[in-house]
Design a protein around this ligand. Structure first.
Ligand SMILES: C[S@@+](CC[C@H](N)C(=O)[O-])C[C@H]1O[C@@H](n2cnc3c(N)ncnc32)[C@H](O)[C@@H]1O
Length: 514
């Protein structure tokens, strides 16, 4: 408890937003290929199942194009290399915002009786995906802001003698940028939506009342970065958890005087370095450095949104951001309570093999008294393994998960192609597991336990046993997401599942993380 307020609980369980049309109906590739011949060359069959090669950028871009056209009546394109959004995944976030707005947990902004919902998309990118989806699905109007210049290229110059404002103009200047050009093209190509969407350059501060304080720190860090990049000096970076955002304005300075919005949203640049971004070999969504990378990564970027929200406060009904790393939630939520928000909501977006997290907050009074939901026995749990020691891979972690449960007598079936282990454990075995959380499972292995593993066949599940699956997901290098899902959602042992899962978390962290 802080400021006498009760913390909101995270949303129970993980979700594909149920109102997202793709939640129960994944795109029908065969139908799409029959309707859109340009999609056909990207389709192949593995068994009876039509597939596309997710590592082929042209295939994922064509799928996005036809899904937007077929399902949303939106004309869309991006040039090679620009970040290609997946429609089902981006729809999740839009639907969650719609849920927040409809829940009326916080009062509406009031004002002049306009029922038009107004959103602000921080970093709309060349793809302009959120304004296009929000406008076509719900008729929302949007300001889509962008960071429309080639920052990393410009910063290599040596403008050391310039004042901050000259520097900013130099850095954020008129380098033609495909992002701006394409965001605008994507709006203009949709005359039925174009009145609803404004693309705004975040470097063109239009609010004369931007508080000085907003850039004092940025100025300091900006000069530091430039001198470092230019190779003139070395300034030690702070090593604490509080990473600083260095870059153009985010909300303060971009939002105009007297403007109010129902919400803001952001899919922030997740990564701190371009190397970190060269990640998932299983998919190809493209993305340029200026789209994917910012100083301090998503933690710093979202911290800046929080700081800006503390200045703008009730000018937005909801502030929201997406996060790529669950581990960042804790620190960001504690920052939120420090700046005096009235409510915090979180959710998890799951689409295929990808998980993302949503964070929302408000400074408006809450309308209904928030009653903590009854203790939910979760059927899906997860934790992150971060800072994994170099010598270990995802396979080592997967095998160790299997060993952890086998060592207590549970039946395990490891599937190395889906990176999962199916486990069946009796009540007694669960109790042993929960007690053994901190023990070194390698030293506990015995042939007796190994005998109980079923190879190649499906596991038999006696009624009173706990049956669950552990999945290992590759995140950014050095991080893995471990997810556990209970097979029998209403199992009377589901409370024990969370204890068992915590034991696993403790064991994996002590074994694999620095
Ligand atoms: C990960 S991309 C997201 C693009 C798009 N919204 C999507 O979901 O695919 C992050 C975007 O934020 C932009 N960005 C970075 N700093 C920004 C700032 N200060 N103001 C506005 N946009 C910014 C980047 O240029 C990039 O287009």
């Amino acid at each position: 408890m802080r400021n006498g307020k009760k913390r909101a609980r995270s949303e129970p369980g993980s979700t594909i937003q149920p109102r997202n049309k793709y939640s129960d109906n994944p795109p029908d590739f065969t139908l799409l290929a029959s309707l859109y011949p340009s999609f056909k060359p990207y389709l192949f069959f593995s068994g009876a199942r039509p597939r596309i090669d997710w590592t082929d950028y042209n295939a994922t871009r064509e799928l996005t194009r036809i899904l937007l056209l077929h399902d949303h009546g939106v004309n869309w394109w991006i040039p090679d290399g620009q970040l290609c959004p997946t429609v089902p995944n981006r729809s999740n976030y839009i639907h969650w915002i719609n849920d927040l707005l409809s829940s009326e947990i916080v009062q509406s902004l009031g004002g002049e009786g306009s029922s038009q919902v107004k959103g602000f998309d921080i970093g709309t990118g060349a793809n302009c995906i959120y304004p296009l989806l929000g406008a076509s699905l719900f008729g929302w109007s949007f300001v889509g802001s962008g960071f429309f210049f080639f920052f990393l290229y410009c910063i290599r110059a040596s403008p050391l003698a310039l004042s901050y404002s000259q520097l900013a103009r130099f850095l954020y200047a008129d380098v033609t940028d495909v992002a701006l050009e394409w965001a605008e093209k994507n709006v203009i190509s949709n005359p039925h939506l174009s009145d609803l969407i404004e693309i705004r350059d975040s470097q063109c501060s239009s609010d004369p009342h931007v508080p000085e304080v907003a850039n004092t720190e940025s100025e300091k860090h900006l000069s530091q970065t430039i001198t470092e990049e230019a190779g003139f000096t070395h300034t030690a970076q702070p090593e604490d958890d509080n990473k600083s955002y260095i870059g153009p304005p985010v909300l303060v300075g971009v939002v105009k005087e007297n403007e109010t919005f129902d919400f803001c949203m952001s899919n922030p640049p997740f990564f701190e370095t371009w190397g970190e971004a060269g990640l998932n070999p299983k998919t190809s969504c493209g993305g340029t450095p200026e789209e994917m990378v910012c100083n301090g990564g998503e933690q710093a970027f979202v911290t800046r949104i929080i700081e800006d929200s503390a200045v703008l406060r009730q000018r937005f009904r909801w502030y929201t951001s997406m996060l790529g790393k669950k581990a960042n939630l804790k620190l960001l939520i504690s920052k939120l309570w420090e700046v005096g928000v009235t409510i915090v909501k979180t959710t998890e977006f799951v689409q295929g093999q990808t998980s993302r997290w949503g964070l929302a907050w408000s400074f408006l009074p809450t309308v209904r008294k928030i009653i903590a939901p009854p203790v939910v026995k979760k059927s899906v749990l997860s934790f992150m393994l971060e800072g994994i020691k170099r010598q270990y891979s995802a396979v080592d972690v997967l095998q160790s998960v299997e060993e952890f449960f086998k060592s207590c007598g549970a039946s395990c079936k490891l599937n190395s192609s889906t990176f999962s282990v199916d486990i069946v454990a009796s009540n007694d075995q669960c109790n042993t597991i929960s007690k053994n959380g901190t023990r070194d499972v390698d030293s506990m292995r015995s042939h007796e336990y190994e005998k109980q593993t079923l190879d190649g066949s499906s596991l038999q599940v006696p009624q009173d046993n706990l049956s669950f699956r552990i999945l290992v997901f590759q995140q950014i290098p050095g991080s893995l997401l471990i997810k556990g899902s209970l097979q029998q959602k209403d199992s009377p042992l589901s409370g024990l599942f969370s204890v068992v899962f915590s034991s696993l978390e403790e064991n994996m962290k002590s074994k694999f993380c620095r």
